[in-house]
Design a protein around this ligand. Structure first.
Ligand code: UCC
Ligand code: FAD
Length: 580
């Protein structure tokens, strides 16, 4: 350093050091865990039939699709109520990239893959479709959201026997970009989104001349797909004879709406949101919209739960893939950033921080893969009753657990870039903003914890039997002696959970969150162990199972002590109230 001949920063506006930015890798080729899981779960021929498609798509996700998604964040949608001459417009304007992503979604079969049931997938079309959506989500500029609802609507129409009824199902599942439709899901009203039955004020007035046709009047407070072609929504049918409605869940029915009804649908405003800014989420006034009743009267909530179960799976896809994306970027950056004289990848504490993130991601990912596997079996018509019960339990667990996990992991991931993680033009902060919605929409953490109890009650405990048996299957097939300690731990957690539920049924609601987290973590432990026992597992697979089961407390103290203990004369609930 001879400062007499060269003065750094002199006539060099940027200084003389430029930090290498993190690089996005091919999302499929870089995700060896996804590859190994698909290899383990799919028949060999099915895997070899899809791996090139996934690899090509993984390359696009890191290049052109990423650019389109980024543009959706930078050019957010807006509401155009009038033109310059005050002619009413009443439309949402989205950017060209958003429209292009719709076309790509159709061509890539992001919805249709699950419904075509191509024999070359050998019964695993759903798992393959969800894997592709998982690759897509973190680059999709939140186009993953309308896709989730489109998938949920297609599923609802399919299970309701309405595949051949009108154009909807055909278009929702089309690969032709000119025909492809998306769907909205209009459930939430001003009075409430969790308590849908308590919150829904929308009225449905029957058209006396047309069977099953109604006019809807109401105010939908959140609609994330204001640009959709159709929507599924709930309303209360007004009895034509008495003019009365039925309150509560039993009064709600499910309707299909064609969105393009400008005289009867008023876009009141777009929401000003913390994140998901790419999405045109709006408030809608339904002023006599024509709608078709598609559920038996009074079965609206039960019918739309078919949709919820699919959108919740997509929610988990978004949560897990956000974790995967930030870990992938952080890993790459650790090979480019130097601190204290060496690459940060050579600081063991930094690598340990990344390893902890990876462990969380793997646990969530294992639950996601299991849901895709079980749903494939169900849609293939070959599930056992036990597998159906497990899927019913797993879907809320998966959504609630991964939604919370991704907040923690993505926040940690941001920190791994130091101050740059906080800078908008790196494209990193948007990952955190968008992650924050995954625990909220599609049912909050508490509501889904209560859904787990609903599944338990409705099945008279059979969902827990299925949970027990799935774990037993893993224990029985784990013969590797080096994993024996994992088996012991797994058995311990399973028995603590089940005995808590049996001994304390009256406390389950109060500890529903702890209970659901415990179930999710324990099942994830079993799935990590199953993967670690696979003949082609690698060191990291075994390390994940050993650390998850051996070095973490998977259950909250409230479950382990067998009761919610209070050492004062007040009950724990009274103490909570005092604290709050
Ligand atoms: O947020 C939304 C869209 C966001 C954008 C899309 C993002 C997608 C991800 C993208 C990733 C980037 S749409 C709004 C979402 N809203 C919710 O999730 C609502 C949350 N609240 C609940 O889930 C509640 O638990 C309710 C509304 C279901 C509770 O209602 P009730 O009135 O108390 O319901 P009941 O009486 O318990 O249940 C009525 C029937 C029962 O069946 P029957 O009558 O046969 O006994 C239940 O067993 O519905 C059945 N049921 C279910 N069945 C209820 N939930 C389920 C379920 N999950 N699975 C199966
Ligand atoms: P509330 O129901 O008022 O809940 C408030 C709090 O009370 C929550 O923490 C909840 O967990 C807790 N709570 C409520 N009941 C209980 C209970 N019994 N026990 C314990 N805790 C309880 N909805 C749609 O229908 N379509 C959409 O397209 C859509 N898009 C959205 C987009 C965004 C960006 C957001 C943020 C929301 C969207 N929603 C949409 C709405 C979303 O589904 C709801 O906000 C969500 O379900 C919660 O409902 P709420 O806002 O009424 O909260």
């Amino acid at each position: 350093n001879n400062y007499s001949t060269h003065i750094p920063f002199s006539k060099a506006k940027e200084g003389n050091f430029i930090q290498d930015a993190p690089h996005l890798e091919n999302s499929f080729e870089g995700d060896t865990l996804l590859q190994r899981n698909l290899q383990r779960i799919l028949p060999a021929e099915a895997y070899s039939n899809v791996k090139d498609e996934l690899s090509m798509f993984g390359a696009r996700v890191a290049t052109d699709i990423y650019k389109l998604g980024r543009e959706c964040e930078l050019i957010p949608p807006y509401l155009k109520l009038q033109d310059a001459w005050a002619n009413p417009q009443n439309k949402v304007v989205t950017c060209e990239s958003w429209k292009e992503l719709k076309k790509i979604s159709a061509r890539e079969g992001l919805i249709s893959l699950a419904y075509e049931r191509d024999p070359k997938h050998q019964g695993f079309s759903r798992l393959i479709q969800m894997s592709k959506n998982y690759l897509f989500a973190p680059s999709s500029g939140l186009y993953s959201c309308p896709l989730a609802m489109t998938d949920g609507a297609a599923k609802t129409l399919e299970v309701s026997g309405l595949k051949d009824h009108g154009e909807s199902f055909k278009n929702l599942t089309s690969r032709d970009p000119e025909k492809f439709w998306t769907s909205g899901q209009w459930m939430t009203e001003k009075r409430g989104g969790s308590d849908v039955a308590g919150g829904t004020e929308t009225l449905a007035i029957q058209d006396p001349n047309k069977e099953n046709m109604y006019k809807l009047y109401g105010y939908k407070f959140f609609s994330s797909a204001t640009d959709a072609d159709i929507a599924l929504t709930l309303a209360r049918v007004v009895d034509p004879a008495t003019g009365k409605i039925t309150s509560g869940t039993k009064g709600l029915s499910l309707f299909l709406i064609y969105v393009d009804q400008p005289s009867n649908l008023h876009l009141m405003r777009l929401k000003q949101k913390l994140g998901t800014k790419q999405l045109p989420t709006g408030e809608l006034l339904l002023d006599g919209m024509t709608a078709e009743l598609i559920s038996p009267p009074g079965r609206g909530v039960a019918s739309i739960s078919q949709m919820l179960n699919i959108t919740r799976l997509h929610n988990a896809s978004a949560s897990v893939s956000a974790m995967r994306r930030i870990i992938s970027l952080a890993r790459d950056y650790s090979n480019r950033r130097v601190a204290f004289g060496k690459l940060i990848r050579n600081h063991p504490l930094h690598v340990r921080t990344l390893a902890d993130m990876e462990l969380e991601c793997r646990a969530g990912f294992s639950l996601f893969m299991e849901a895709g596997r079980l749903l494939s079996l169900e849609e293939n018509g070959t599930p056992t009753i036990e597998q159906q019960q497990l899927l019913r339990l797993l879907l809320p667990l998966l959504k609630l657990y991964t939604g919370k996990q991704c907040m923690k992991v993505v926040s940690e991931g941001l920190e791994s870039f130091g101050g740059q993680g906080y800078m908008e033009d790196t494209g990193i902060p948007v990952i955190l903003r968008d992650a924050q919605v995954t625990p909220i929409w599609e049912g909050t953490t508490n509501i889904l914890s209560l859904d787990v109890l609903r599944a338990l009650a409705k099945s008279e405990g059979q969902v827990l039997v299925a949970f027990h048996q799935r774990i037993q299957g893993v224990l029985d097939s784990t013969t590797n002696p080096s994993l024996a300690e994992c088996c012991t731990q797994l058995e311990k957690y399973r028995s603590q959970l089940i005995s808590f539920a049996q001994k304390n049924p009256d406390q389950l609601e109060y500890v529903a969150r702890d209970f659901a987290f415990g179930l999710a973590r324990t099942l994830a432990g079993a799935l990590l162990l199953e993967h670690a026992s696979w003949g082609r597992a690698v060191d990291s697979d075994r390390a994940a199972a050993e650390r998850w089961l051996g070095q973490r407390d998977l259950l909250a103290q409230s479950l382990v002590s067998g009761q919610t203990v209070s050492h004062s004369s007040l009950s724990v609930q009274q103490l909570d109230e005092a604290l709050v």
